[in-house]
Design a protein around this ligand. Structure first.
Ligand SMILES: CC(C)(COP(=O)(O)OP(=O)(O)OC[C@H]1O[C@@H](n2cnc3c(N)ncnc32)[C@H](O)[C@@H]1OP(=O)(O)O)[C@@H](O)C(=O)NCCC(=O)NCCS
Length: 249
């Protein structure tokens, strides 16, 4: 009889956990973490070049300082007295379309087979921003994106999607009259597309890498700061209704 839950990823065979057919104990002995991540996502172990590229992608997402919402969310949650799993979850929920989450939509657009002109027209025409472009801090160039493209060229993963993404940057500049550089999300979106990953895995790459940074930030919050951080009163302005009384009806 067909069982209700099926998976081709992993299972207990002869009393031992296997991932895509390999014993976990053999993986522990012989491969590294990036190999195992690739195996989970792609069903096979990576080549040396694939491992190096995935390593680079994951490292680029680990941490970009205390400022971004994923890290502030995690540290605020830790500061409120939550345990590790809750604070990590809060940090992951800080990832969204404007922060880290643009990889998925950018990869989807790049995988549609449009020209750079049509892609820009389509997105701007519907009043949206092009995911994977622009940055709060890196106004001229996101060095992480540049490094990822360089690595992709060296390792043979700079293909049509990377080229398209870099052409989009040029078309966007023409349309907006100023440079809106491709960011780390955009570069990852382009490279994973050239590596044959489904765009729906896009956010997953950022989450896998960023969780490492979140764990470190949460622990630092616990050991270095007093509990209950709050925004200083001098940074908060109330501009709502003036004090008033409830009238009896
Ligand atoms: C990341 C982001 C929020 C940074 O925003 P910002 O630097 O504060 O940019 P601003 O909101 O000041 O916008 C400045 C101008 O650039 C435009 N712009 C910024 N990013 C744009 C994008 N990705 N596509 C189109 N236009 C963009 C804005 O529309 C605005 O144009 P205007 O002056 O004509 O109104 C923004 O670039 C964005 O939403 N990017 C897409 C999402 C993304 O890739 N996020 C991952 C970041 S690592």
């Amino acid at each position: 009889m067909d069982k209700k839950w099926k998976t081709a990823i992993s299972g207990i065979i002869d009393g031992e956990a296997h991932i895509h057919g390999y014993k976990v104990t053999e993986l522990i002995d012989k491969v590294n973490f990036t190999d195992a991540i690739w195996l989970e996502l792609k069903s096979e172990l990576p080549s040396d070049k694939e491992r190096a590229m995935l390593d680079a992608i994951l490292i680029s997402t680990i941490d970009n300082g205390l400022g971004p919402p994923s890290v502030t969310n995690a540290r605020n949650s830790a500061s409120a007295g939550n345990p590790m799993q809750a604070a990590v979850a809060a940090g992951v929920l800080g990832i969204g379309d404007a922060h880290g989450g643009a990889i998925e939509e950018c990869a989807r657009l790049l995988q549609m087979g449009l020209t750079a002109e049509k892609l820009v027209e389509k997105v701007l025409g519907s009043g949206d921003r092009i995911p994977g472009f622009g940055h709060k801090v890196y106004k001229d160039e996101d060095p992480r994106a540049t490094q990822i493209f360089e690595k992709a060229k060296k390792l043979g993963f700079y293909g049509e999607h990377c080229e398209l993404a870099q052409n989009v940057e040029g078309v966007l500049q023409e349309k907006k009259g100023k440079k809106i550089p491709i960011n780390v999300d955009g570069a990852i979106a382009a490279v994973i597309s050239d590596m044959g990953f489904d765009y729906r895995l896009g956010k997953g790459f950022f989450i896998i890498g960023r969780v490492v940074g979140l764990v470190a930030h949460i622990f630092e919050e616990w050991v270095r700061e007093k509990p209950f951080r709050r925004i200083a009163d001098e940074e908060i302005e109330y501009d709502g209704a003036p004090p008033r009384s409830l009238k009896k009806t």
